[in-house]
Each structure stands twice: as C-alpha cells, then as structure tokens.
Design a protein around this ligand. Structure first.
Ligand code: HSE
Length: 437
C-alpha cells in the first residue's frame, strides 16, 4: 500500500496526548521527510479538551471508540492509560485493521502476549517505544540496535518519579511525601502514585525490556517487586560512607539457572555512571556479549519526552505504510512463534552482596555473635560501620556490608540476628550490585 498522507487518531489528551499532538504539529516537516509522507491527526478521542494544545479543525469525539471505528484512521495512538478500556480500545482498533501505538506499559506488560497475537492475526503492528523510559529509544536499541548480541543482563532506573524522590531526599533532605506531591504536579507520577513508589510501574517496564532482551513471553506476574517507601536518608548516608548510592533498579539477568526479574532498591558503586543519574531522568544499562556495556540516558517522563517516543513509532509505521514494502520488525524483535520458555529464578536463589542496618546494644560479644551467624550461613563480611553511642545512650547503629549471598541464606541469617536480645530494631537489608560489565 502506498500513501501520500498517513492518517492518525489519538485517544487520550492528557499530558502525553497533548504533547504528541503538539510535537506532530510543530515538527511536521521533519516528520514528513523522515516518514516519506505527511502524517495528519484526523481524529482525537478525549473526554475533555486540554488547554495545553490547540486542536484547530481536528475532529474531536468524546467517545474514544469512535476513533477506533473511524475508517479513515490508519494508526490509532492509545494514550488513555489503564488496562480495561484501553485493552478493549486497542483490540477494537486491531480488529479494524489499524496499527496501534501506545505508551501504556501496564497494557503491554500484562496483556502484550495476547495483543501481539491479535495484531499478527490482523496483519497489523503494535509499537510501544514510549512505554519504557519515556523519551529514551531503548525499545528500538534492544530490538534492532543490539540484534546481533546475546544480552547478558540489563539494569535500569526506569521510574522517573522514584528517581526524582530519591535524588531530592539525598540532595536536599526533603520529605518523601512532599517530593511525591511535586512529581504529581509536574505530571511525572502515575494516576495511582503507589505504582511509582511501590515499583509496579518499574516492574511493568522491566518485563517488557526482559522480553525484548531474552526473546521470552511477557511475564509480569513473575517479577519480584520491592518499593522505595521504606528507604531513609540514614541509609543513603551510610551507603555513601561505604562508597555507594541507593537507586531503585529494575534488573533482568540471564544466569545458569534461568532469568532473574527483579525491581528493588539497590546500592551501586558511586563511581558508576548510572549512580549519578538524578531527578526524573532514566537510564538503562545493557550488557551484550559482543558490544559490552552500553548505557541509554534521558528523560523518563513528561509530556514532550514521552511524545518524542510516541511520534517515533508513528513515523516508523507511516514509513512502512507509505513505502509499499513491509519490512516491519516484530513487536518483541523475535518471531512470536519462536519465543523461549525460560525459568524465572526464584528470589531465594538470587545471589548478591548485601547492606544491612540494625540497632544493637553496645556491649561485649554482640559483634561476635553476629559474625558467627554470618559464618554459619557461609556469608563473609566485607565492611562494617559501628558508631560510638551518643552520650548516655547504650544503643548503637551497626551497618554491615557482606559479600555475595543467596537470599535464602541471608533470610536465615537475618532471622537469627533479629532473634538476638541485643538487637533492638528491625534489620534493614538492601541488595548491592556492582554493575560492572
Ligand atoms: N510514572 C512514570 C515515571 C511515568 O515516573 O517514570 C513514565 O512512565
């Protein structure tokens, strides 16, 4: 099929929808040159107008399904979020033979397998660059740029809100709730911000990256997820004294036992580039066997950064539609009939070094008891900080950095330490990753 103009319908006119409309209008000449055809928004579906964009004469429907059923629309852009109506909308568009572009990570992570199959059945494509790490073209990098590699692991700061909160807490000692409110006001946070701070949003993105990296079906329910709500500025300070920063990472790693899929706070050496990624910025480190370590950095959220990724997908589809030649890369980069059935490594088997913090009584024998417990589990101590008690105090904070230990062994060690009379606090523990290539 050849087209002079590719016709686009946008559903949802919030932060990303208005950003997409504005970028398509402002950069129409560059976009047309790259797509080899004009790209025109012919229909917008939105419950209300958005003062952030001037729609001019574009047709607007309050019923978004009018866009999915509009025969003129060739590419439907789903920017409404959520997984119920959005899924129905995308399915309707696919069944009507429309290509789909979405920024909806929850939709892809949870229903991508079914949606990609449906798209294939109808001979159309789903593109989702904006679903992971906002404006960073990480999907294209994994799907195409790194196609010659066996990916060993990837680790990313893939939630801008969470990174913004951790950065502000560390740099300015600001209160968690106060920074979260600012992230919401700036349009970074999810509709339900617990998705950001509990790691669900990062888990959605991680599962997508892992499927692209390892050629496996999307398995959202298998991701281990731990949020940032329990992190304290105290832990950030102790981590720095040991030469680390605390970041909320999504990690997917190919090991002898299968694939690890995990999102959790992580101590990383402060000298790593990714340890210095701050604010709403995202970064993804990918280690390929041929290329070695590569890092992708940029804005992980916000109207135009996310629109940048949405528009790139529209251009990709428009170029295929206008060129008359179908050279589209499959959604996950791998042939959907040939995905790998991998084992997801249970967390009890995941091996990392650990940071532990506890409050102990300042009396003889406490350290030796703790050391014996670690030694019984075959865990070696790497570094230790014990502060002198404050005047008149008998309790002291004790920080331990261990060598690598499986979570199963660490669980047992922590349970035994917690049971000691001389330990008067919860034992806080955070995984450590060296992230060396
Ligand atoms: N709430 C997300 C974030 C938006 O903060 O990263 C982009 O997916």
């Amino acid at each position: 099929m050849s087209a002079q103009t590719v016709k686009v319908g946008i559903c949802g006119l919030g932060t990303v929808g208005s950003g997409t409309f504005n970028v398509l209008s402002r950069n129409s000449a560059e976009i047309a040159a790259r797509a080899r055809c004009a790209v025109e928004v012919v229909h917008v579906g939105a419950r209300r107008d958005n003062p952030a964009c001037e729609l001019g004469n574009t047709r607007v429907s309050r019923d978004i399904f009018a866009v999915a059923n509009d025969p003129e629309v060739q590419v439907l852009v789903e920017l409404i979020g959520g997984t119920t109506v959005a899924r129905e909308l995308v399915e309707t568009a696919l069944r009507n033979g429309k290509h789909v572009v979405t920024a909806n990570k929850a939709l892809i992570a949870e229903f991508g397998n079914e949606l990609f199959a449906l798209a294939e059945e109808y001979g159309v494509t789903i593109r989702y660059e904006a679903a992971v790490a906002g404006g960073i073209p990480i999907i294209k990098a994994l799907r195409e740029g790194l196609a010659g590699n066996r990916i060993e692991w990837l680790a990313g700061i893939i939630n801008g809100t969470g990174n913004f909160i951790l950065s502000e807490m560390r740099d300015k000692g600001r209160d968690f709730a106060d920074v979260l409110a600012e992230a919401q006001a700036l349009g970074y946070a999810e509709a339900d911000p617990t998705f950001d701070v509990e790691g669900i949003d990062a888990a959605h993105k991680l599962v997508i990256l892992a499927s692209l990296a390892f050629g496996m079906p999307l398995q959202f329910s298998s991701v281990f997820t731990e949020g940032i709500t329990k992190l304290t500025t105290q832990d950030m300070e102790y981590a720095e004294q040991l030469g680390y920063r605390i970041k909320h990472l999504g990690i997917a790693k190919q090991t002898g036992g299968g694939v690890e899929l995990r999102v959790h706070p992580t101590l990383i050496p402060e000298k790593r580039l990714i340890a210095n990624v701050n604010g709403v910025k995202n970064a993804v480190l990918v280690e390929g066997d041929a290329v070695g370590p590569t890092m992708y950095y940029g804005a992980g959220a916000g109207a135009e950064p996310t629109a940048s990724a949405v528009v790139a997908d529209i251009v990709d589809l428009a170029r295929a539609l206008s060129g008359g030649q179908d050279c589209r890369v499959p959604s996950l980069g791998f042939d959907s009939h040939n995905l790998r059935d991998v084992r997801i490594v249970p967390m009890s088997e995941v091996v990392t070094p650990w940071y532990l913090r506890m409050v102990a009584e300042d009396k003889p024998g406490v350290l030796s008891r703790i050391a014996t417990i670690f030694s019984d589990q075959g865990i070696s101590i790497e570094a230790l900080i014990q502060k002198a008690p404050a005047e008149g105090e008998t309790l002291v904070p004790l920080i331990v950095l261990t060598n690598k230990a499986a979570q199963g062994s660490m669980d047992q060690a922590v349970a035994a330490i917690q049971a000691l009379d001389s330990i008067s606090s919860e034992v806080v523990r955070i995984r450590v990753e060296s992230l060396d290539g």
